[in-house]
Design a protein around this ligand. Structure first.
Ligand SMILES: Cc1cc2nc3c(=O)[nH]c(=O)nc-3n(C[C@H](O)[C@H](O)[C@H](O)COP(=O)(O)O)c2cc1C
Length: 334
């Protein structure tokens, strides 16, 4: 496991893979970890209240040791509940805690958390203090550049400064404002324009704060450029849809010797993991729904994905089918 305190302070995690509901579960993270051994991975958002009152805590919290370094993302607005879940995060040996102040879902904002909390910096500060009090993990915040009419630079600047005083260790800024009235979550990830200039100004005004940028990164080169200004880059949809595109991460950003990472190699490596999951649950789809994204830009990619998808959904996929399908990829150098 990495040294969590120095991880945040020395900012080793230049690249991270964003938290994404229904995407960045433990299976996707295992796939992504074969591609980069260094990038910081995030869980999906876990609502503090749901975790505390759940009788299936392990389902929310368990992860594979190979997933380190890994941050757990919490949503909520109740400092007491957040302090309880911070303790759980530490007991489960997560490397960081991230607090969600960026989610624009109506369900989330009606509970006054997610992006709507950008309207209440003092409340967020209390949440950060609570998360810090009950764990010794770094606590970071993922937020937008503004919300609804609260979108001035002054508001954003004051927001991060307030949270820094409360103990926040790093800020991950999705470079869009959120419009809670009128746009659904998907539209809130595309319609409000990306404003890297505002995040840049935030870093210039607060050079000592660790500021990571998020939103719209689709290539390693773009990330390298952004790292000239920011302390880190978080990649979301592009990492999910095109995981292999990100195989140069370890070499480009962490000075590791480059391995050629192929889809077939990743599948072969994961066979014991998939076999184990299949024997426990009888379902391969929970893994294959992510795995199929490894196969693109080759002739018959669509056919390959369709074959795995249909067999996996109908529970007819056997491990030997997957091995044979991976061999087909290997034969064409993919
Ligand atoms: C399907 C999906 C689910 C998401 N779920 C979360 C979430 O649970 N927590 C969060 O902070 N952001 C969530 N996001 C937002 C991403 O973390 C990220 O901020 C956003 O997609 C912008 O980055 P990108 O342009 O690189 O995708 C989600 C995004 C997508 C596409």
């Amino acid at each position: 496991m990495i040294d969590t305190k120095s991880n945040s302070i020395n900012n080793l995690n230049k690249i991270s893979i964003a938290p994404m509901m229904d995407c960045t579960d433990r299976h996707f993270r295992m796939i992504m970890r074969q591609i980069s051994s260094k990038a910081l991975l995030y869980t999906e958002m876990i609502v503090a209240q749901s975790l505390i009152f759940s009788d299936k805590k392990r389902r929310f919290l368990d992860f594979n040791k190979d997933e380190h370094p890994i941050a757990i993302q919490f949503g909520g607005d109740d400092p007491f509940l957040l302090s309880e879940v911070a303790k759980m995060a530490q007991d489960w040996e997560y490397d960081e805690i991230n607090f969600n102040v960026g989610c624009p879902s109506p369900r989330v904002s009606s509970g006054n958390f997610g992006a709507s909390l950008m309207n209440s910096p003092t409340q967020v500060a209390k949440c950060i203090e609570a998360l810090k009090k009950n764990s010794n993990l770094p606590v970071t915040v993922k937020h937008r550049i503004g919300v609804d009419e609260n979108d001035s630079f002054t508001h954003l600047n004051k927001f991060v400064q307030t949270l820094s005083l409360a103990g926040a260790d790093r800020f991950i800024v999705h470079a869009r404002k959120a419009l809670l009235k009128g746009l659904n979550p998907k539209e809130n990830r595309t319609i409000p324009p990306l404003r890297y200039d505002i995040v840049k100004k935030l870093k210039e005004e607060n050079p000592k704060l660790l500021i990571e940028i998020n939103g719209g990164f689709t290539s390693v080169k773009q990330c390298a450029n952004a790292l000239e200004t920011f302390d880190g880059v978080m990649i979301g949809r592009s990492a999910y849809k095109h995981p292999l595109r990100w195989s140069p991460i370890d070499e480009e950003f962490y000075g590791e010797r480059r391995k050629v990472i192929k889809a077939s190699e990743i599948i072969f490596k994961l066979i014991p993991y998939i076999e184990d999951h299949l024997s426990q649950t009888g379902s391969s789809w929970e893994i294959c729904k992510h795995l199929i994204n490894l196969v693109e830009s080759i002739p018959n990619a669509k056919k390959w994905r369709h074959n795995i998808t249909s067999k996996s959904i109908s529970k007819e996929l056997k491990i030997k089918d997957l091995i044979n399908s991976a061999k087909d990829l290997e034969n064409i150098g993919h």
